[in-house]
Design a protein around this ligand. Structure first.
Ligand code: ADP
Ligand code: MG
Length: 880
């Protein structure tokens, strides 16, 4: 007895080995190169999501069995406790039809369906339908299969969408489902994700939600895709040779398909009885029992009953007697041991396969732990409770990194209906998403329009008579030359207008003495200061300067100071600037209309024993252009994409109608953030842009900036996420309270999300931090939203740069212009695609310009110092 069963005992170590080989076989099935000749086929099922409980509506199900056709209508309520109602009718399938040509079969199906629908007396005429096929299928889409004739016979494949209209009904075939995927999809979504299906019935098969990028035979790389393993054939290449017993060889030799389906032949209901029979034949070899030599004389049902602790021995006796054996108690006991051993081995092998699947999922999702339910179905599970227990225990040992819960599937019809319902949900959501995001997608022609509009606004802004009508102010900066490299000396610089206020000491020396060296200190400007009385703001600034000087041991020194002040100012000289309006987060009172340098000097006066020598007020765009110009003389444009956005460039003085003088050039601070404030961009604003604008500190102003810069992109994304959630496309329709908080979604998230690997772990982490429970589809969609918003920003910015460089080219009457743009701003510098998309757009829209983008290092500080240096040189000249 012991000897007979020995070959069936598989140690845990052996099962580990089997798991490893299954993993390898799965990899071969997934790889494009080896897919076609893999033993474990890994067929994509084109199911991209599992039920999330929000599916709703009515769905038709056709389930074709060997003798019957079931037609069902499944109604889903789609609310918090998803209710599922099924109405069903069965139609016997006449032999002539089951064995007849495919056309006849389909005509029969159509007739039954029509009868069923008519019997429902529903006003509705359009239905979506899911269909199960008892053949092994290769799918090319969810609604298309080609079938290879399976045990059920007939070859009726390739008929996706075959029903079309049926009398007054319109039927759309949404899904063709196999029993394994149906099993996975039938499970209740509220019990947590169920992403594995396992069937051990007459045959065995499994499916799971794989990462689409690993399923190389399909194009998709984002999200998930259900893969049917077809693992019954595992071992057909010899991978199981060392675990096969003599009984397996006998069984295989006598089977219809010797050498094939080796894994299935050790596990599934069709074969377990035969294995038992072969063992019994050896055990009882000295007795004659002709029935025992007959194939199929031991049935799976018998085995499962025999393994029952309570009634098993009695069943064993009955079965042995039916086989013509007069059985002693010992015989019955032995028979029970045989059946148990066969079942335990089957459970062990099944566990090795399942462990391979969940380990694969865990690894490919880059998780340290995976938690999933596994929906199980089939006669072996239904009849034999021990099978599940053994399977569960062994999977735990074989895949300790996974928490696996086995769940009994709720019937194939529901599964087929759910595949249909999920496909329908995804299609409806995609439509909504495309509608929403379509608003933010810009065609090349639209970008050309933006370029042309800005060009027009620039012309208006430069002319004295039309300046007031333009939304871009085109402010003179009194900077008439870029640096020539001869600048020397120590300077102070202030940088106000962004996230941080900084005080800097800039030492401009010769190349030999290290070029430009900067020491700086960051000070915060609390919102109550940025938005309080102006005098308080400037007092605060002076306090920070004093602190800096103390720290640097330069109290009492009065170095020339360049003041980078990144707000629109009307200048009449280099050291005077009338604030036109606050932007970004600033709104201090009593400043607009005042000379900012004067406000600073007054604050200095209010502080005793303190002096400053303010020689220039500098816009940050100008500072950036100047600091890049120090290294690259062809830098004649400055661009900022940080908290806000703006640009400056060298314009011909003769074109500047607001200033006297015809000769030479002057740097013009465009203040392009306000582009569109006169309504010229209204056609480009989406509802999200309008919401962001209305909720801002400066509604109706800086409209272009609000499409592009760091202060707003995260907020645009947040508003879109809320809308998509509201439409049921995200987070199962439930936003978290946190997500409803303005500005909670930071622009830096866009960078992390777009640079996240395909496993999307950062996306999940960010969203979970916002209190959101995210599915894989959620993270894919959030990433898509971020991409669309950032791309639009970069393209708009590119269109604006194109307008500027084209103007410079035309000013100079050149066929071809080579120019450098000095750029600063964290969004431009840190976003993974922004810079490249800006450049790409410029290439497309300004083909006659070859534009180099040079990132400035500390443009505001170094640039301000260089401007101060130039100012001092000019002043010395004037005095001399
Ligand atoms: P400022 O423009 O205020 O002088 P920055 O150029 O540093 O300062 O820009 C700050 C802005 O950059 C912030 O508004 C923030 O939204 C954005 N930002 C910060 N980090 C990132 C990042 N990693 N990716 C994209 N944007 C970022
Ligand atoms: Mg800045």
């Amino acid at each position: 007895m012991q000897n007979s069963l020995q070959p069936l005992c598989l140690s845990l170590e052996t099962l580990h080995r089997v798991k490893g080989r299954m993993l390898e076989a799965m990899e071969r099935g997934l790889s494009r190169r080896t897919h076609s000749h893999a033993t474990v086929r890994m067929l994509p099922a084109f199911i991209r999501s599992t039920p999330d409980g929000t599916e709703r509506g009515e769905f038709l199900v056709l389930e074709l069995g060997d003798t019957h056709l079931r037609v069902l209508l499944m109604e889903l309520s789609g609310d918090t406790d998803q209710r599922v109602m099924l109405k069903e009718r069965r139609f016997p399938v006449p032999d002539a039809i089951a064995q007849g040509p495919g056309e006849k079969l389909f005509a029969f199906l159509a007739t039954c369906l029509w009868e069923f629908l008519d019997g429902l007396h529903m006003p509705q005429t359009d239905f979506e339908l899911g269909f199960s096929f008892p053949f092994s299928c290769r799918q090319t889409r969810l609604d298309q299969v080609s079938a290879s004739p399976g045990p059920a016979g007939g070859g009726a494949g390739g008929r996706g969408g075959w029903l079309g209209s049926l009398g007054r009904y319109h039927i759309k075939v949404v899904a063709v489902v196999n029993d394994t995927t149906g099993t996975m999809m039938s499970c209740d979504a509220n019990a947590g994700p169920c992403e594995v299906g396992l069937v051990v019935d007459a045959g065995t098969n499994s499916c799971f939600m794989a990462e689409a990028r690993h399923v190389e035979v399909v194009e998709e790389s984002e999200g998930r895709m259900c893969v049917v393993t077809e693992w019954g054939s595992f071992g057909d290449d010899g991978a199981l040779n060392d675990v096969l017993s003599p009984y397996d060889h006998q069984l295989d030799q006598a089977s219809l398909n010797p050498g094939r389906h080796r894994f299935e032949k050790m596990i599934s209901g069709l074969y377990l009885g035969e294995i038992v029979r072969h063992i019994l034949t050896e055990l009882f070899s000295r007795r004659t029992a002709p029935a025992l030599l007959t194939k199929g004389s031991v049935q799976i049902q018998d085995i499962l009953e025999i393994t029952d602790e309570q009634f098993g021995l009695a069943t064993a006796r009955r079965v042995l007697r039916a086989l013509g054996l007069e059985a002693s108690d010992q015989d019955c006991f032995n028979m029970q041991q045989v059946c148990k051993a066969v079942c335990i081995r089957a459970a062990g092998l099944c566990a090795a396969g399942l462990a391979a699947i969940v380990s694969h999922m865990c690894r490919s999702r880059e998780l340290s732990r995976l938690k999933t339910s596994v929906a199980v179905d089939g006669v072996v599970f239904r009849a034999h409770a021990k099978f599940s227990q053994t399977l569960q225990q062994l999977v735990k040992q074989l895949a300790p990194e996974c928490d696996v819960t086995l769940v009994q599937a709720e019937g194939s019809s529901k599964g087929i209906g759910m595949v249909t319902a999920v496909a329908s949900r995804l299609a409806a959501q995609r439509l909504q998403v495309n509608q929403t995001l379509g608003l933010l997608q810009l065609l090349p022609a639209s970008l050309g329009t933006v370029q042309a509009l800005l060009r027009q606004e620039m012309e208006l802004g430069l002319k004295k008579e039309t300046n007031a009508r333009s939304s871009v102010r085109m402010l003179p900066t009194y900077i008439c030359a870029t640096p020539d490299g001869s600048e020397r000396g120590d300077f102070l610089a202030l940088d106000l207008g962004g996230t941080n206020f900084r005080v800097l000491l800039v030492k401009v020396g010769s190349w030999e003495r290290g070029g430009v060296q900067i020491v700086s200190e960051v000070y915060s400007i609390p919102p109550h200061v940025a938005q309080g009385p102006g005098s308080q703001l400037f007092d605060h600034i002076v306090e920070c300067i004093a602190d800096f000087q103390t720290k640097q041991g330069m109290m009492g020194q009065t170095l020339p100071l360049g003041f980078t002040f990144s707000f629109p100012c009307q200048q009449t000289s280099l050291d005077q600037g009338i604030l036109l309006s606050w932007t970004k987060g600033f709104n201090a009172s009593g400043c607009v209309g005042q000379d900012v340098v004067k406000l600073l000097r007054e604050a200095v006066k209010r502080k005793n024993h303190f002096a400053l020598d303010v020689v220039a007020i500098v816009n940050d765009t100008v500072g950036t252009m100047m600091s890049c110009g120090y290294d690259d003389p062809s830098c004649e444009v400055g661009l900022i994409v940080g908290t806000g956005t703006n640009a400056c460039y060298m314009e011909e003085l003769r074109n500047v109608g607001t200033l006297a003088g015809e000769e030479g050039r002057m740097c013009i601070n465009m203040e392009w953030g306000a582009f569109g404030d006169n309504g010229c961009l209204d056609a480009f604003f989406t509802p999200f842009d309008r919401q962001v604008d209305e909720a801002s500190l400066n509604p109706g102003r800086q409209r272009f900036e609000k499409l592009i810069s760091g202060m707003y992109l995260g907020e645009i994304v947040r508003r879109i996420l809320l809308e998509l959630t509201d439409k049921g496309c995200l987070f199962r329709g439930h936003p978290s309270p946190k997500l409803q908080t303005p500005d909670i979604f930071q622009t830096k998230f866009l960078s992390s999300i777009e640079s996240d690997g395909l496993a999307l772990r950062q996306v999940c982490a960010i969203l979970e931090e916002l209190g959101l429970h995210v599915s894989c589809e959620d993270s894919v969609l959030v990433r898509e939203v971020c991409q669309v918003v950032a791309r639009r920003a970069a393209q708009l910015c590119g269109a604006a740069v194109a307008a500027v460089v084209e103007k410079i080219r035309e000013n100079r009457g050149l066929e071809q212009l080579a120019v450098t743009v000095g750029v600063d701003g964290t969004l431009y510098k840190l976003h993974p695609h922004f810079a490249q998309q800006v450049q790409e757009t410029v290439r497309q829209l300004a083909p006659c310009c070859s534009v180099t983008f040079l990132q400035s290092e500390d443009g505001s500080g170094k640039g301000a110092a260089l401007i101060a240096a130039v100012a001092c040189r000019v002043a010395r000249h004037q005095r001399a």
